[in-house]
Design a protein around this ligand. Sequence first.
Ligand SMILES: O=C([C@H](O)CO)[C@H](O)[C@H](O)COP(=O)(O)O
Length: 215
Amino acid sequence: MARPLIQMALDSLDFNQTVALADQVAPYVDIFEIGTPCIKYNGVNLVKELRNRYPDKLLLVDLKTMDAGEYEAGAFYAAGADICTVLGVSGLATIGGVIKAAKKHAAEVQVDLINVPNKAECARESAKLGAQIMGVHTGLDAQAAGQTPFGDLNEVASLGLNVRVSVAGGIKPATIDQTVKAGANIIVVGAAIYGAPSPAEAAREIRELVDAAAV
Ligand SMILES: O=C([C@H](O)CO)[C@H](O)[C@H](O)COP(=O)(O)O
C-alpha cells in the first residue's frame, strides 16, 4: 500500500506560534496546512513565510473558497501555495475558477466535501473538472456535535476516482489504522498534535502509526 501523506493542520491564530509549531513537527509531516481561521487572520504573509522556511514541504492553504474562485485563490498560489481548498457546496463555477488559478501555477486543488449533501456526485463532477484531491471533512463544530468522517471516507474512497482522498475531522492515534485501511491518501491531523503535551512527540507517533498501517 502506498504510504499516505500526513498533513498538519496549523489552526492557531498567532503568526509566531504557527511558525514555531511548524518547526517542531516538520520532521514528521509531509504537508503544512494553514487552517481556515489562521489564514483569515494572518493572510498571504504567512504563506510566504512558510514557503521561504520550508521550500521542500507541500503547503496547503485552507481557504474553503465559496465564491470568486479564481480571483481569491490566485493570490495564494502566487504566494507559494501548492494546494488551495474550495468548498464543494460552492458549485462547479467556483471550483472551476480555483482549478484555473491552480493551473497557472502548476498547483493543485482540493475540494472540501464538508456539508455537501451528495458527496459522490460532487466528487465525480469535481474530478471531471480537474480537481486532484477530494477532502472528506467533519469540521470542528460537527465534531463537537459527535460526528466523525469515517462513513463519508468509506463512501468517497470506494468511488474509485482518479483523485487522492484526504480525510480530516478529529483523527487521532486510535483511529489512524482504520483511516489508512479505508483508503485515505492524505491524513489530516490538527488537535491530536497541537493539543498534545509535546506536539513533536505526538507527530512522531502519528508518523509511526501511519507507516505501520500502510505496510
Ligand atoms: O479544517 C479544519 C477546521 O475546519 C478548521 O479550519 C481542521 O484543520 C481539521 O478539521 C483538522 O483538525 P482536527 O479535526 O483538529 O484534527
